[in-house]
Write a protein that binds this ligand. Sequence first.
Ligand SMILES: C[S@@+](CC[C@H](N)C(=O)[O-])C[C@H]1O[C@@H](n2cnc3c(N)ncnc32)[C@H](O)[C@@H]1O
Length: 210
Amino acid sequence: MTTVKHPVRGPVNAAIFRTLDGYAHRLWGERKRRLFADLPGTVVEIGAGTGANMRYYRPGTKVIAVEPSPYMHKALLAEARRRNVAVEIRAEGAERMSLPDGFADAVVCTLVLCTVPDPAAAIREVGRILRPGGRLVFIEHVQDQEHAGYVVTQRIAARPWRWLFEGCDVRRDTEAALRAGGFTEVGVERYRLRSVFLPINTQIAGVATK
Ligand SMILES: C[S@@+](CC[C@H](N)C(=O)[O-])C[C@H]1O[C@@H](n2cnc3c(N)ncnc32)[C@H](O)[C@@H]1O
């Protein structure tokens, strides 16, 4: 599936992600360090954006970055170079990747299944490219089903958020989608971030093993 990117919002989003990189590091840095600690030397990252995760890979890691938005690529390459990560960009959607079956030991996905047009297809495709026993490491914001304030906030923010962030849906039940994704084990931690971005504070993180 092709993901068409907007000629104005595409570059604006790339600029927003770069500008917020330090803040994102404060919000997710600890968690990413823990989750990424024992990643192998070659990793597939879907929706790598402008390279927010590059600083958490061991120097020398090879990252195959599946990133359909051309507006992200320049910053992604620069960030990878800065962190001594060898990045190979595949300008395609995660729903249909040009990687062979069982290719990957590990796939990384942070704040992406909220935005891919067909998350179930992307999860299936991740399962296809992982080798048996391989891992999907993920951090995602999800639909809040418990806290009335967040439920209302997400309902109000959903449309403008989707427009500005090119399809990002703050009300997806990504945990259910992962559990339905055919993995042998899905380890999920649910938590609420304390950030200024209220619609995305309800999150999950973990590892799904094929
Ligand atoms: C919110 S950004 C997250 C970027 C980065 N992973 C991070 O944690 O900051 C979502 C990313 O998903 C990418 N994306 C959108 N549709 C996609 C698709 N079908 N397959 C893979 N990535 C996609 C966007 O271009 C964007 O870079």
